[in-house]
Design a protein around this ligand. Structure first.
Ligand code: HEC
Ligand SMILES: [Cu+2]
Length: 319
């Protein structure tokens, strides 16, 4: 039986080996410790004419029950460390010099992946962004991970990758996929109310497909459908089209809906019209929909006025 999720990481074998080694060692320790407990509980149970012995405390006699297991554990710990030092060096301490770069940004409750634009440099204003991580198969991918607000943790089980993201720091690491397909990305740090929904997808493609996808991303606004645009801007991470409430309310039947919103702590009922839609997108926390957290990020600087028009017009049609 396969207890591990599918492994598509070039270095996944080493991580799995380490996981199994630690599991085996801790399992044996568990069996011994619990076995000892059970035997003691049985052998020294309460019985007729049995008196508890008063131990005066011969230091060494008692201490050895603690010291010997501690030394054993420490020795096993060193064994694990020494046996896997090379994996640590190879996976965590060295970055590949070839391959491509992506930026990964975590915020409540959204992943954004960015790719170098025309200037081939990451972190500049012409970066391309997506809410999905696309990478070519068999290629080294160096990532720069950042958190905007609180602690998050990038978790790609199939990639055997889990890396905390800390506000104010850029964590660098790398990955290489050995298989194509679509895999889950989750946040492994309780980061707030929408934590469990902070999910994204890793799409591993062959080089041609990947280049095509990147090209589409570059082509940007003009040929892009409003739905594509919203996907790229991350709206669907928190809003559905089919009626499912996610972190935010669904878009289904939004236009014309009567809604209770909270403005400056006071409730009022409004009807969703064009002006309201626009305001919800540009000033997300001005009117907060009742029963939802004020969790929508301010995306106004990421959307051009034309893009806002495009989105508002599209939202009117989602019945
Ligand atoms: C991180 C989660 C998140 C993302 C990403 C997000 N939203 Fe929201 N959105 C919310 C939440 C939560 C609410 C409800 C609370 C509020 O009104 O602020 C909301 C409310 C709205 C509303 C008002 C809905 C209603 O029922 O009145 C609109 C319209 C909207 N968002 C549009 C967008 C668009 C367009 C995008 C992408 C450009 C987007 N949102 C991205 C979380 C998000
Ligand atoms: Cu998170």
């Amino acid at each position: 039986m396969d207890y591990m999720p599918q492994n598509i990481a070039s270095y996944g074998g080493e991580i799995d080996q380490l996981t199994w080694l630690i599991t085996a060692i801790t399992f044996v320790c568990l069996v011994i410790a619990e076995g000892f407990l059970l035997v003691a509980a049985f052998r020294f149970r309460r019985g007729a004419n049995r008196k508890a012995r008063y131990i005066t405390g011969e230091a060494w006699k008692q201490a050895r029950y603690v010291l010997i297991p501690v030394l054993l554990i420490v020795a096993l710990d060193f064994y694990i460390d020494i046996k896997n030092a090379h994996a640590w060096t190879e996976i965590k301490q060295t970055l590949p010099t070839s391959g491509m770069q992506v930026g990964i940004t975590a915020e409540q409750f959204l992943w954004t992946f960015s790719y170098p634009g025309e200037d081939t440099r990451l972190g500049t204003s012409d970066d391309l962004t997506s809410d999905e991580l696309h990478i070519p198969v068999g290629t080294n991918v160096t990532y720069q991970l950042q958190a905007k607000d609180v602690l998050h943790s990038l978790w790609i089980p199939a990639m055997r990758l889990k890396q905390d993201a800390l506000p104010g720091r850029t964590e660098k690491g790398w990955m290489q996929a050995t298989e194509m397909g679509t895999f889950d990305i989750a946040c492994a740090e309780i980061c707030g109310e929408g934590h469990s929904k902070m999910a994204a997808r890793l799409v591993v493609q062959n080089r041609d497909e990947y280049q095509q996808w990147l090209h589409q991303l570059k082509a940007g606004g003009k040929e892009r459908s409003p739905e594509e645009l919203m996907r790229v801007k991350g709206c669907f991470g928190c809003h559905s089209l089919d009626g499912t409430p996610l972190v935010g309310p669904t878009y289904k039947g939004l236009f014309g809906r009567q809604e209770t919103v909270i403005t400056d702590k006071a409730e009022r009922v409004i009807e969703v019209d064009e002006a309201y839609l626009r305001k919800s997108i540009l000033e997300p926390n001005a009117d907060v929909v009742k029963k939802f957290p004020p969790a929508m990020p301010d995306l106004s600087d990421k959307l051009s006025p034309e893009e806002v028009d495009q989105i508002v017009n599209f939202l009117k049609t989602v019945k």
